[in-house]
Design a protein around this ligand. Structure first.
Ligand code: SF4
Length: 230
C-alpha cells in the first residue's frame, strides 16, 4: 500500500535535533487539535500530494547528503503503508525518525523496529485529552503509544505544546513529573506558534502570566534532558 504524502521538506535541522533530515509529511489525521499548525494534512486526501515514487527519486538524489528522513504528519501511523515506506527509505541508507501522537497501536508496534528516533506528542494529562484533540478515547491511545515508545528503548523526545488557554502551568508541571516517573528521558516543552494555525482565538490570546522558561527552571533535573522551546 502506497504512503500518501501531503508534503516534503527537503532539508530540516530542527525536526530531528542534531540531524540533517528531509521531512515527509504524511496525509491524514483523525484528531482535531485547535492549535494544529498543518491543518491541510488533516483530511485523508490532500490538495498537493506528492507521489511516493517522486519522494524516493528525491531521496536518491540526497544519498550521502542527509543523515535521515523524518516521517511526520498529519499522523504517520494512520497509514498501513508506513512500514513499507520506511523500509524503502532505510534501504537507501537513511536513518528513520518518526513524529507521532502514538494513536494507532498496531501500526506503531509494526514500525518501531524500523525507527531510530521518535518525537512523541503528549498533549495534556491523559484524562483531559479530548478537550485538546476533540476525539473520544484519544488519551487512552496516546498513553498506550507512550508506553510502547518507552518499552522499545528507542531514543525519544516526548514533547508538549503549550498554549496558555489550553494547558495551565499546574497541569504542565504535573505532566512533567508524571512523565519523568514513567521513564521519559528527554522532555520538551514547546510554546504554541501561530504559524499555520487556523484558530483565530488561539492565535490572538497567547499571553502567559509566567514565562515558559521559568516553568522549565522549576522542572530542571526531573529528566536526563529537559528542553524549553519558548
Ligand atoms: S494530532 Fe497533530 S496533525 Fe493531528 S490535528 Fe493534532 S496537531 Fe494536527
Amino acid at each position: 500500500m502506497t504512503l500518501r504524502v501531503g508534503g516534503l521538506t527537503p532539508l530540516s535541522t530542527t525536526d530531528w535535533p542534531g540531524m540533517l533530515a528531509a521531512v515527509v509529511f504524511c496525509q491524514g489525521c483523525p484528531w482535531r487539535c485547535g492549535y494544529c499548525h498543518n491543518p491541510g494534512l488533516i483530511p485523508p486526501r490532500g490538495e498537493r500530494e506528492v507521489p511516493w515514487p517522486d519522494v524516493m527519486a528525491f531521496l536518491r538524489r540526497r544519498q550521502g547528503l542527509l543523515d535521515g528522513v523524518v516521517f511526520s504528519g498529519g499522523e504517520p501511523t494512520l497509514q498501513a503503508g508506513l512500514a513499507d515506506a520506511m523500509r524503502d527509505v532505510r534501504d537507501l541508507g537513511f536513518k528513520i525518525g518518526l513524529h507521532t501522537g502514538g494513536m494507532v497501536a498496531d501500526n506503531l508496534a509494526a514500525v518501531l523496529p524500523l525507527v531510530d528516533w521518535v518525537g512523541l506528542d503528549v498533549k495534556a494529562p491523559f484524562a483531559d485529552y479530548p478537550r485538546i484533540t476533540g476525539a473520544a478515547g484519544s488519551g487512552e491511545r496516546a498513553y498506550a503509544g507512550l508506553q510502547q515508545v518507552l518499552a522499545s528503548g528507542i531514543a525519544h523526545e516526548i514533547r508538549t505544546t503549550v498554549h496558555p488557554a489550553l494547558l495551565n502551568d499546574a497541569d504542565l508541571i504535573g505532566m512533567a513529573r508524571d512523565l519523568a516517573a514513567r521513564g521519559v528521558k528527554h522532555y520538551v516543552i514547546q510554546a504554541f506558534r501561530s504559524q499555520g494555525c487556523k484558530d483565530e482565538s488561539l492565535c490572538r490570546n497567547t499571553t502567559r502570566a509566567r514565562a515558559l522558561q521559568d516553568v522549565g527552571v522549576e522542572l530542571a533535573g526531573l529528566c536526563e534532558e529537559l528542553t524549553v522551546r519558548a
